[in-house]
Design a protein around this ligand. Structure first.
Ligand SMILES: Cc1cc2nc3c(=O)[nH]c(=O)nc-3n(C[C@H](O)[C@H](O)[C@H](O)COP(=O)(O)OP(=O)(O)OC[C@H]3O[C@@H](n4cnc5c(N)ncnc54)[C@H](O)[C@@H]3O)c2cc1C
Length: 429
């Protein structure tokens, strides 16, 4: 990964309204429901692979207080669809991942640093604002031959042996050989296909914010493990005259999150600075904060008749270790590979292949995040000890630490060809 100098990239202004197109194919090979990061990424990659695709959903163009850290395999995905340079230009590299045990536990660990250089990389990945990523994807979707992007919701889904369809909110019905459910955690497609989920609500809300601060982050992402959940500061690039910027995800009890979010901005900034032990100096919020209730959800099946789930429609969990979209893009990468060259991308054998490839990865990430989150919330000493011992073992023992770092950025197992960055990893594993 070439080291890039941070530069003042101006925010994108994606095209807001996308009218129904007269030229839109009402019978594409593939209908993607949901125009979030997973849906747009799927639409572009599948269209580039030669399928005719309609992506339908509401495009979120507002600047939110959210960013996404994209790791190596995800960068490989975006390299394959020609967006890596733009992502690197608008994001900040993550060179060090620091874990600070702020639980006050008897078995408190010393600060641990995971350094990208140790596994031969300049950076583990890049952190980019959500609306910048969506803006890039919308522009790429407009430019992709074979892809029509339609703004609007779909409902009244139908699935049978030969095709699946959904109704646009102008009353038109779009039918395809395959529907990809990329419509998020509360997926209506998943419900209509009769796919059940297992779900757990956590007693936590994530407060998010974009911050300007007086000290540089030095490309270090810092995760403080507190009793209420992680408090994570992730580097952002300089912008709009702010040389030092970071994003915050702070998990805590819902009532406390509500209380903090209602504070005047300066008081909230002071509370954030205090929680960060003034590590980045004085803080200032550069926009409104966001609140996200935390929970864990996993679909019991990834496929049904002529339907495949990707992204948060298939799995969703708290933002610990920045796994959510990275996992969702691996869903998309495998779907691109399993449908590649198939005249019928919704054929049951294709969907079975997709399902088999994805189950283990999804189960592993979901249970790993669940375990770590629960171990933070408990005050039970033996659990504290095990969490401390586990982190100590993986951070203190070089080969294990490096294996874990590699697993975090480029998971083992079958990685879809379009997500592999052989040149990047050559001679480094
Ligand atoms: C605070 C926070 C921080 C995070 N940080 C990271 C990180 O650093 N790295 C990482 O990898 N992940 C991170 N995640 C997770 C990541 O944001 C999600 O996994 C990702 O955004 C999911 O994208 P998606 O496209 O699957 O779903 P969504 O973003 O939920 O998009 C679904 C889309 O479908 C649309 N839709 C819904 N119903 C319909 C319908 N009936 N018809 C048409 N459209 C419909 C919605 O309007 C929406 O646009 C974070 C999450 C949170 C909450």
């Amino acid at each position: 990964m070439a080291r890039r100098k941070l530069r003042d990239a101006s925010p994108l202004a994606p095209k807001a309204r996308l009218p129904y197109s007269e030229a839109m194919s009402k019978n594409p090979d593939i209908l993607v429901v949901g125009a979030g990061a997973a849906g747009l990424s799927a639409g572009i990659a599948l269209a580039k692979a030669g399928h005719s695709v309609v992506v339908a959903g509401q495009v979120e163009t507002r600047q939110t207080a959210r960013t996404v850290a994209l790791f190596d395999a995800s960068l490989g995905f975006y390299e394959s669809i020609g967006l890596l340079g733009e992502i690197e230009a608008r994001g900040a590299p993550l060179e060090v991942m620091r874990i600070v045990d702020d639980t006050g536990s008897l078995f408190r660990l010393p600060q641990r640093d995971f350094v990208a250089n140790e596994i031969g990389l300049d950076a583990f990945g890049f952190n980019i604002e959500n609306h910048d990523l969506i803006g890039l994807l919308v522009d790429a979707a407009h430019a992709a031959p074979g892809l029509t992007l339609v703004e609007g919701r779909l409902d009244h889904f139908r699935f049978d042996e030969t095709e699946a369809s959904g109704r646009l909110d102008n009353g038109e019905r779009v039918a395809a050989r395959l529907i990809i459910a990329a419509d998020g955690r509360r997926s209506a497609v998943r419900d209509a296909a009769g796919i059940e989920v297992t779900e757990t609500a956590y007693p936590q809300t994530a407060l998010t914010a974009l911050l300007s601060h007086t000290r540089p982050h030095r490309e270090i992402s810092t995760e403080f493990h507190t009793r209420a959940g992680p408090f994570t500061l992730v580097p952002l690039p300089a912008r709009d005259g702010d040389p030092n910027r970071s994003s915050l995800v702070w998990m805590m009890k819902p009532a406390e999150a509500e209380r903090l979010a209602a504070l005047p901005e300066m008081d909230l900034a002071r509370a954030i600075e205090k929680q960060a032990h003034s590590m980045l100096g004085k803080m200032r919020l550069t926009g409104p904060c966001g609140l996200f209730p935390m929970g864990l959800m996993q679909a019991k099946r990834l496929t049904g008749d002529r339907v495949a789930l990707v992204g948060d429609a298939a799995h969703s969990f708290p933002p610990i270790g920045a796994q959510g979209l990275n996992l969702g893009l691996r869903d998309v990468g495998h779907l691109v590979e399993t449908t590649n060259g198939k005249s019928d991308p919704g054929d049951s054998a294709v969907l079975e292949d997709y399902s088999q490839r994805r189950n283990a990865d999804i189960r592993l990430r979901t249970s790993g995040v669940d375990l770590l989150n629960r171990s933070l919330l408990t005050q039970f000493l033996p659990v504290d000890f095990l969490r401390g011992a586990g982190l100590l073992a993986l951070s203190g023992f070089g080969p294990l630490r490096r294996a874990i770092m590699r697993e975090g950025v480029a998971p083992s197992g079958r990685t879809p060809a379009m997500m592999r960055r052989e040149a990047q990893w050559a001679n480094k594993l």
